[in-house]
Design a protein around this ligand. Structure first.
Ligand code: HEC
Length: 130
């Protein structure tokens, strides 16, 4: 009888520790995890195309967020590049500006790194994609 209780206790402990592990790692509701590469292709590029057709709200939202996707040591630079584009409305300049300096090295080291895209961006683009 005592053995069974101990087994039960271990079972309960195992399940509860497992669930805290799962929940601790899940991103905030509505947001989505992806690589920066996928974000660039599926959001930034689409936003830029929309902007060229006269609707800049997508690219403005994207550029506001991009510095948050940076690794810590580049965040200041990424903010500068993005803010400048937002101020001047020359959104296209930011692409080249950042890619020239950061794309190669990021790809080499952080290709698989996951970023968390906020829920409002996922929502905003829902109407655009399909
Ligand atoms: C502040 C930095 C930054 C800005 C601004 C930026 N990108 Fe990127 N972009 C990156 C990095 C870093 C990668 C490489 C990600 C990887 O492959 O892991 C990338 C990759 C891409 C890719 C994937 C294909 C490829 O060439 O490797 C596309 C498409 C892309 N960016 C489009 C854009 C467009 C369009 C803009 C401008 C509206 C833009 N990006 C602005 C940093 C930036």
């Amino acid at each position: 009888m005592q053995k069974m209780n101990i087994m039960l206790l271990i079972g309960v402990l195992l399940i509860s520790s497992l669930s805290t592990y799962v929940y601790a790692d899940s991103p905030p509701a509505g947001s989505k995890e992806m690589t920066l590469h996928d974000f660039m292709e599926d959001y930034t590029e689409i936003a830029m195309k929309k902007s060229k057709k006269g609707d800049s709200k997508y690219i403005e939202r994207v550029l506001k967020e991009i510095p948050n996707f940076s690794i810590a040591e580049n965040k200041e630079k990424w903010s500068e590049i993005s803010n400048k584009a937002l101020e001047t409305k020359e959104f296209g300049k930011s692409c080249k500006g950042c890619h020239k300096e950061f794309k190669k090295s990021y790809k080499k080291q952080y290709k698989k790194r996951m970023i968390t895209v906020p829920g409002d961006i996922i929502q905003l683009f829902k109407t655009l994609k399909k």
